[in-house]
Ligand binder design. Sequence first.
Ligand code: PLP
Length: 389
Amino acid sequence: MLRTISGFDRIGEENAFAVLARATALASQGKDIINLGIGQPDFRTPEHIVEAAIKALRDGHHGYTPATGLLAAREAVARRTLTTTGVEVSPDNVIIVPGGKVTMFAAIMIFGEPGAEILYPDPGFPIYRSMIEFTGATPVPVPIREENSFAFSAEETLALITPKTRLLILNSPANPTGGVTPKSEIEKLVKGLEAHPHVAIMSDEIYDVMTYDGEEHCSLLTFPSIRDRLIVLNGWSKTWAMTGWRMGWSIWPDSLYDKVRKLAVNCWSCVNAPSQYAGIAAIDGPQDDVEKMCRAFDSRRRIVVDGLNSLPGISCATPKGAFYAFPNIKDTGWPAKQLAAALLDEAGVALIGGPDFGILGEGYIRLSYANSEENIVRAIERIERFLVK
Ligand code: PLP
């Protein structure tokens, strides 16, 4: 009998991948499936970025790079951070990692162990809780409420901190809710955190460019009082439509940088070289495609929200960021995961049940509107036919 560590009894998954596999299987049987399940832009990676990767390979950049990433890539991230946040970071605090997920993996591995408590958003990206459980640390959900426009509450978050708290995970703009936490609330949180210097913060800012209705993303980097314990997660996947390239970056304080560097050396060695050159081109090149994509998401957002609000038993708050709608389905009488499964099997619409993002996700479903307007309209019609039946 093989004996493996107990973490594997607790580690979770990301159900969006299971839904994607089921949707793909149904489609291969000839079923017409509209996929509003997986969270990835439906746009192609802009051409100049693809060309930069091809050129890098042709130029012979196919070997290892430094474990923390090419200096040029880290410098590009520092330039981009200055542009988007106004904050100067040193390339020596930046690491290039294979996807946004790797930063949460590293941060949670660094702080999680039995006896430690880690605060994370619920509903939130499922891997936070999964990885916390894996390490044996105690996951402490921070409630993200519809009544609060799916922003986190500084007061509620601070009240959950104990002497055992090691790490607080924040995410705005948020998956799965599309919530954006206003600057005033973040200021309140940071003020409160100043009284808890034993708590590190990981701010997942992977949707930073995707905000709407004049809402502005507020980076935790703009608060000097917590910089010495702040990890910022970001990456190329969503902003430049590069989910399959596996390219992320994070910004670490001096005291933790060597730990993540060692994890890199022990696990992934470095991110593949041509992708790093593509990443530099993405940051330094024209941003028209990014702007075009965000405009498209904005207009789809209106269609999805209006459409959902016209359906019986469904009400949908207007998301202010990312590319997700998180409608309340409580009045349909359906448990969320059952509704999601029935909509896939019977109506051909793939979406995700709220409970896949945490206990507080019951009563909600997540739709990714990273799909064409035409498909979104067809999906809403199908959901309506299904609910009326
Ligand atoms: N953080 C959040 C909030 C996400 O929604 C995602 C992906 O859906 C990630 C991180 C991971 O991104 P990546 O695909 O670059 O690993």
